[in-house]
Design a protein around this ligand. Sequence first.
Ligand SMILES: Cc1cc2nc3c(=O)[nH]c(=O)nc-3n(C[C@H](O)[C@H](O)[C@H](O)COP(=O)(O)OP(=O)(O)OC[C@H]3O[C@@H](n4cnc5c(N)ncnc54)[C@H](O)[C@@H]3O)c2cc1C
Length: 400
Amino acid sequence: MNDPSGDCDIAIVGAGIVGLATARELQRRDPDARIVVLEREDRVGVHQTGSNSGVAHAGIYYVPGSLKAKLCVEGIRRLYEFCDEHGVTYERCGKVIVALDRSELGRLDELERRGQANGVPGLRRIGPDELRELEPHATGIAGLHSPQTGIVDFAGVARALAAQLEAGGGVVATSCAVGGFDRRDGRTRISHACGETHARKVIVCAGAWSDRLAAAAGADPDPRIVPFRGGYLKLRPDRRHLVRSLIYPVPDPDLPFLGVHLTKRVDGEILLGPTALVVGALDAYRLRTVRPRDLRATLTWPGSWKMMRRFWRTGIDELRMATSRRAFVAACARYVPELRTEDVVDGPAGIRAQAVGRDGALVDDFVFSEASGALFVRNAPSPAATSSLAIASFIADRAS
Ligand SMILES: Cc1cc2nc3c(=O)[nH]c(=O)nc-3n(C[C@H](O)[C@H](O)[C@H](O)COP(=O)(O)OP(=O)(O)OC[C@H]3O[C@@H](n4cnc5c(N)ncnc54)[C@H](O)[C@@H]3O)c2cc1C
């Protein structure tokens, strides 16, 4: 294993796609810098990076002027270039966002306006006939077609970034969980499972664990990460023809999630989902996994209760979908009416690291914060995988 101990210029905590992209960007800017990435798992890209819908988002949904809007539009362009350069699998397969009835048309208009304002290439309105041409088994009264949207092997991107970093002399140390920080005389001592590393600058990109590490370094505990499990179903191979590329609903504007969608993956599987259910562990890939420390962190955060009071109806719907395959399939069959419960099998799950403010707000935009000698990624939910290379430049501008 690469030895992460001793002195370095920059230490990055977390070898997800954001941490690795940041490390590589810093190395590109200063090839002589000693850069060390510390990862708690035994390989890179295990958590959100390796357990998501695998969609390269074009930048439609996000409030114009927000970090998400800017970094997603730039990020997808750079992501496709990176995949071309490094042989990572992707496909620019396009996507449709479907309005089922007139009540959704106002929100579809707003998405179109946002997409145009954000400079999403090729975005256009379609009617029911064109929807049928693009997705012969889908139904709806209107839609938006985004030809720029695609599917990507994000874990493959993470592995390619790690390989590049190591080829340039950087260190990626796995099975190396970081426990704490101590800042003295312009350097930070980082204690971890493999010993100690002393760094001039620390960048924490720890996904679901980011608030805990930020607090350990003396940063504000607000916002707190609340884990939202996203469960998927998979179509049986003989029913995969029901979905050609990506079929998305018009999302609820009060929530940062995009709603259950039907998604082709680069390996040919078709995923249905994800659900969005608050769970009792930061790694509750199985619904029943509960870790007392994680559950306590969620339940003692005033924002969790305020959020649950506001969204209890949505929570009940999500619980129903997470526990009943029939309800889950019924939600998807609104878009593809031929879908039946017998067409699906259990799929994977991912855990969203969603920041929730003390006031109960589900934090929508990407959030970064700084303290002496450290920079923290405090909220990097979807589309942070798509945006990772642009996020890396954003962080590097602030870290040098
Ligand atoms: C269900 C789901 C669907 C999604 N769909 C999409 C999508 O289609 N498109 C898209 O762009 N985005 C999507 N996202 C979001 C995307 O996956 C994330 O925004 C992105 O992967 C965040 O990357 P990250 O590196 O910040 O986090 P992660 O990939 O979670 O990486 C954080 C890393 O930090 C490590 N770590 C944590 N604590 C420590 C510690 N103490 N010491 C050392 N290491 C530590 C973890 O082990 C982990 O490897 C989805 C997410 C989910 C969960």
